[in-house]
Design a binder for this molecule. Structure first.
Ligand code: C5P
Length: 224
């Protein structure tokens, strides 16, 4: 399991890395790590943090136990951070899940669904949810088109892959493309089928102050 937590959190505007922002008294990284551990699916975890971030390092290391947690420094892009995480995992791990620390309230069942689908023979699995809004492609302030909403899904993490496939995809030249926003995009480019499982609305990515307010409310409601 790789948890990427090396983003700057600029859009959240707290002036600290997003994974260090508190939600109900715990950092977003701690909440993510706790839900991974609660799912019981991880044999080892690589947590990717901003270089030199001692706060996040100690958060991650404090949760290392029966499931070892290794901490490594991230890259300039999400894909670079994922690569650093993959490199920190044992070479013999058969499958790898990649999870955004920013999806701090992802229910443990989502991890289990991804792993079950991998165990059933899929090589690449992503959790998805329906899209509520009508989505348009726009260029220069002008609408180009409206894709059929029934065929659209919003994509979450954890995304799961057979380890060889993910390592090869990240070793390829396409992995440096700044337009790569998730790991599945790299696999789609190889022609290997990427299959979907049901995500969960609670697995939303904490990106804006509004998202953080929602996360705080959910945590308060659950009393956790
Ligand atoms: O920027 P974005 O919202 O796509 O980030 C998704 C996840 O990737 C976050 O958990 C963030 O911490 C992580 N990330 C990273 N290294 C980067 C950029 C983003 O680990 N350079």
């Amino acid at each position: 399991m790789v948890i990427v937590a090396a983003g700057s959190g600029q859009r959240l505007g707290h002036g600290i890395p997003k994974a260090r922002v508190l939600c109900g008294g715990l950092t977003l990284l701690e909440r993510s790590l706790r839900s991974v551990l609660a799912s019981g699916v991880a044999l080892e975890i690589a947590v990717v943090i901003p270089a030199g971030d001692d706060v996040l390092r100690s958060v991650a290391e404090s949760l290392s136990g029966a499931v070892p947690v290794r901490v490594v420094a991230g890259g300039a892009s999400r894909a670079g951070s994922v690569r650093a995480g993959i490199a920190a995992l044992s070479a013999d791990a058969p499958v790898i899940l990649v999870h955004d620390a920013a999806r701090a309230l992802t229910p443990p069942d989502v991890f289990k669904r991804v792993v079950s689908r991998l165990a059933a023979g899929a090589d690449a699995v992503i959790p998805v949810v329906p899209v509520a809004d009508t989505v348009k492609t726009v260029r220069g302030g002008r609408v180009e088109g409206t894709p059929d909403r029934n065929g659209l899904r919003a994509v979450q993490t954890p995304q799961g892959f057979t380890a060889r496939l993910l390592r090869e995809a990240h070793a390829g030249t396409g992995a440096g493309d700044p337009l790569i926003t998730d790991d599945a995009m790299l696999i789609e480019a190889t022609g290997t089928p990427v299959v979907t499982v049901e995500g969960d609305p609670a697995a939303f990515k904490v990106t804006t102050p509004l998202d953080l307010m929602l996360a705080e409310t959910l945590v308060q409601g659950a009393g956790t």
